[in-house]
Design a protein around this ligand. Sequence first.
Ligand code: SF4
Length: 116
Amino acid sequence: MKETGTTRQWMQRMTRRKFFATAGAAAAAVTTGAPLAEADNHLERLDESDPTAKALSYVHDARTVDAAKRFSDRFCNNCALFAGDADDEWAGCSIFPGKAVANEGWCSVWAQKQDS
Ligand code: SF4
């Protein structure tokens, strides 16, 4: 996706503190080459109103996110931090310990999977 003026404006609004907090967590998981959370179908589902979820713009349905904020091909199921298989409906995520995130969810920490 080509960066648009709106995307640039959104990125500028992201606070430095938030950026480093989320980037640090994502980098830790990505450098290990594996999600830090375990896949577990018994985890409690993350509530979109959870303060951390809200701060990171997490939603169960990524398609509801403003196109200026999210690349259209990014979902939890193809994020490096998603602890489940690509077809698991819900799975753990190291950004939200003890909670399960939706397969087609998304948050602003989304991280590219490393080739293995
Ligand atoms: Fe976790 Fe989904 Fe955010 Fe990736 S996009 S960090 S799997 S909530």
